[in-house]
Design a binder for this molecule. Sequence first.
Ligand code: TRP
Length: 370
Amino acid sequence: MPEQIDPWKNFDVKDYDGICKQFGIEKFPYKEMKNAPVFMRRGLVFGSRDFSSILKCIKNKEKFVMLTGLMPSGKFHIGHKMVADQIVYYQSIGAEVYLLVADIEAYNMRDKSLEELKKIAVEEYLINYIALGLDLKKCDFYFQSGRSSDAKKSNAYYRLIGQIARKVTANEFKAIYGDLHPGKMISSFTEVADILHPQLPEFGGPKPVLVPVGIDQDPHIKLARDVAARMKEFNFIPPSSTYHKFMKGLSGGKMSSSDPYSYIALTDTPEEVKHKIFKYAFSGGQDTVEKHRKLGGNPDVDVAFQMLYYMFEPDDKKIEKIREEYKTGKLLTGELKQVAVEKIISFLKDHQKKREQARKQVIKFWNKSA
Ligand code: TRP
């Protein structure tokens, strides 16, 4: 178990309960979420900070903001889909959605130009978000490098980034992030400002804000909550967060944009899906049919099963039947993979049509905002 969570280092969490205990993260009350996406219903969103105030808003139909950010990095895959589904879900239950592209962070931490990052953000992320159901008209979408065409709002956001620096000491920063890399400092203060700025007077004043992220972002969330309390002049309400587990990569490690054989991209062709699942998806089955029939497979480590469970087989009865049959050896690895392949291909076929529609919307959006 790490002493600390480093948002800029890939780390693979094995013991989520242990992480919750160690960092004081509360359980996410997923059973209370009505009509939630299948992975949320089945526990992939595991932790939270201060979610009860958001739950109260949802139950009483009171206003709240959902804000999250994306790092533009290569192909949009089903791990990213899980984040998109959460955004679409919160939008559908009435949250005011803020969605940002962390291009300043990506620029400082990676080796790409702002133009390249923008292209990836739009082509890979935004188009897929819309195809997955995001209503762009009801969403405040922005780049860290250019907050708004409304000068008052834009100034307020950049002013806040500048003001945050006074609220954090170098020792504190070092204790949280390990060092004082200038790019990390700018990225961290910008993210804190992302999280807090919906509560500035220019954005309508204090209100509950929910930030759904991966557990690697918890250091920023904690800092944002601390800074919120220190900036007495704004009366910020400490922001809330939820944490999802990372989707397992095909071979069982991390799903990573830099390794195409670790993920299914939302632009993959049927042939690619088939090839990737059959060749690379880690199997919980036995190595011979005879052994499998006798001993059965282990669905808990089987990547094809996990994909069905968290994403592509929402029917509780059907997924439990698959689990049982796999465990008892009635269902073979190849058969299980075939079920997953068919489900994924059928989803992607529909999704890729929607992507073309979404592209038109994005072009319109761009022409208007340029
Ligand atoms: N650091 C985040 C990531 O690596 C991106 C991000 C920037 C973000 N600002 C944010 C996420 C505000 C949530 C809220 O993915």
